[in-house]
Design a protein around this ligand. Structure first.
Ligand code: PLP
Length: 469
């Protein structure tokens, strides 16, 4: 095991005339930061960019666990896997079909690869104001209208846990000669209980990326790239060597191996985890004002599948918004949630959550719910119309920038991305025309204290547009 090798190495008395500059000295008085085992590519420690020894062993372990032909370890998050996959699966200028609810990293890949995106806007799920599954028919229609598409890019599960029908979508993509890339960042735990949706590569996706750090016990930034397509592996490796650090952290790689071993040795943990989820949903099924998505049996049929490890609580129709619910949970109940939006709060769970944690969240929601009143006027702020596009995002630096007030920006062409984080989905992309709906949405999100970011500055009262005269 890599971790044991790193620990063993600390005892051998070899003097480090090499990186990292801390020379394995513990400069942290509390001794928490693991300097001692923070090594680099020295003799016997393999190389992430051409693994054939201890790093290859970890990849092979992951291949067995995820039942795929090939995995690549990622230490710069799912982000570097997304950039690498999209570049490996396209040629500059290609047409790609993209679900509009993709993470900003997909848009960055589109820009740097000069791709021509055809967007698909998934529907909204009532009361929750989140994007629903992507209907396979929508992909088929887009492919019929754009038969020269080389790649289809979708996110499944979404941040909120909504899963699309990957089997049907991959069959359609392949029928039209396109490949399918799935950003499965939030689905790294899917193979480990049959209570979770099935994994995308098993359902025909050509390449998928899973973020280990999001839903499994692995350090932040760790992820895996998965594929069954041997013909694409060289291109994936070549692109990973561009987008991933040439000094990958051995601590992060050791944490990937620890995570995989934990899964192998703790099969029962997932049974406890899903039992805890079951009792959470059972306890919260009679809430009067708040709505927990998995308990809304009436909307089961509208999505293809759902990861019930994501606890999504809607505040729609009540006197508080999602931000306020998150604040009450934090300040009154000492519970920090993953994210809150205008009309919901998302609590992320994992196999490492305790029974007490689930009980605390359920009891807190029951108490909060009793004190809430209904307000039929609560709002949901999500863009439902695709903006018109004037030019590709990759052309944005060909235009003269002009900074103007956002409230005067209607009909101007944006030269920047604007997104709320989380979830990190762009509201507007360079090259798109700024509509009134977009301006209103940004102001409404700001009013609801949602953090808005742009490529130029945070919380934009101003926006950079293409100068027209
Ligand atoms: C859907 C989705 N894809 C990709 C990413 C990027 O993942 P990472 O933070 O592992 O780079 C995120 C991050 O939150 C995400 O939500």
């Amino acid at each position: 095991m890599l971790f044991d090798k790193l620990k063993e190495y600390t005892k051998n008395g070899i003097y480090p005339f090499h990186m990292p500059g801390h020379k394995r000295n513990n400069i942290d008085e509390d001794g928490i930061i693991p300097y001692e085992i923070d090594l680099t590519e020295i003799e016997g420690f393999d190389n992430l960019h051409s693994p054939n020894n201890c790093i290859k062993n970890i990849e092979e372990k992951a291949e067995r666990l995820y039942s795929v032909n090939k995995t690549f370890l990622l230490v710069n998050g799912a982000t570097c896997g997304i950039l690498s996959s999209i570049r490996a699966m396209t040629r500059a200028g290609d047409k790609v079909i993209v679900a509009r609810n993709c993470h900003i990293s997909v848009y960055n890949a589109i820009e740097i690869c000069s791709l021509e995106p055809i967007y698909i806007m998934p529907d909204l799920l009532d009361d929750f104001g989140i994007n629903n599954s992507i209907p396979p028919l929508q992909i088929e229609n887009a492919l019929k209208n754009n038969p020269d598409t080389s790649l289809v890019i979708i996110t499944s599960p979404t941040y909120e846990g909504i899963v699309s029908d990957i089997r049907s979508i991959s069959d359609i993509c392949h029928k039209y000669g396109a490949k399918l890339f799935v950003d499965e960042a939030h689905g790294a735990h899917f193979p480990f209980s049959d209570r979770f949706p099935s994994e995308s590569v098993q359902n025909g996706a050509d390449v998928a990326v899973v973020s280990l750090h999001k839903t499994l016990p692995s350090l932040t930034q760790t992820a895996l790239l998965l594929t069954n397509d041997n013909s694409i592996c060289n291109a994936l490796q070549a692109n990973l060597s561009i987008f991933e650090s040439s000094s990958p952290s051995y601590i992060l790689m050791a944490s990937i191996e620890k995570c995989l071993d934990y899964i192998i040795e703790n099969g029962d943990g997932f049974k406890n985890y899903t039992d805890n989820l079951d009792s959470f949903y059972c306890k919260t099924q009679n809430l009067k004002n708040l709505k927990v998505l998995f308990n809304q049996k009436n909307i089961y049929s509208s999505y293809f599948d759902y990861d019930f490890g994501k606890i999504l609580i809607s505040t729609s129709g009540t006197t508080i918004n999602g931000k306020k619910l998150a604040k009450i949970l934090r300040e009154n109940y000492k519970i920090e949630t993953e994210m809150s939006y205008t009309n919901y709060v998302l609590a992320m769970t994992s196999v490492c959550d305790s029974e007490q944690g689930f009980t605390r969240l359920a009891d807190s929601l029951i108490k909060i719910d009793k004190e809430l009143r209904m307000n039929p006027q609560s709002e949901c702020h999500i863009i439902t119309e695709l903006p018109c596009k004037r030019f590709k995002s990759s052309q944005r630096f060909n235009f003269t920038p002009q900074v103007i007030s956002l409230k005067n920006a209607e009909n101007k062409i944006s030269l920047e991305y604007i997104w709320a984080y989380p979830p990190g989905i762009p509201i507007i992309v360079p090259g798109e025309i700024i509509s009134n709906q977009i301006i209103d949405t940004i102001f409404a999100l700001k009013k609801n204290n949602i953090d808005i970011y742009s490529s130029e500055k945070m919380v934009p009262n101003f926006i950079t547009v293409a100068k027209t005269d």
